[in-house]
Write a protein of this length. Structure first.
Length: 99
């Protein structure tokens, strides 16, 4: 986080998970990220961000990274005034949203 004393995120938050595949078994790496954007800014400047790796024993896949991003978002967001933007149909379907 940019401001360690302010772990809460709110407003519009974009989530993403991705992987760097490897041709060698066990060497792929996946990571997740969250970005809170300033909705008043014309270009949507980042106000806060959080990111990290997908830790073992979880699969090093993009879908696993998307689920990690969702899990961290649920821990960091203020549920009353947050809007999480996702692009993973599996996570959206699980949460009961239209794809």
């Amino acid at each position: 986080m940019d401001r360690p004393l302010d772990w809460n995120m709110g407003g519009c938050i974009y989530s993403h998970g991705s992987t760097y595949p490897s041709p060698y078994l066990g060497l792929s790496r996946a990571g997740w990220a969250l970005v809170q954007v300033d909705q008043q800014d014309q270009y949507g400047a980042a106000e806060k961000r959080a990111y990290g790796p997908v830790w073992s024993p979880f699969p090093q896949t993009a879908i696993s990274a998307e689920w990690c991003a969702e899990a961290v978002a649920m821990q960091l967001t203020k549920c009353t005034d947050s809007r999480l933007v996702l692009d993973c149909s599996s996570v959206l379907r699980f949460l009961g949203q239209d794809v």
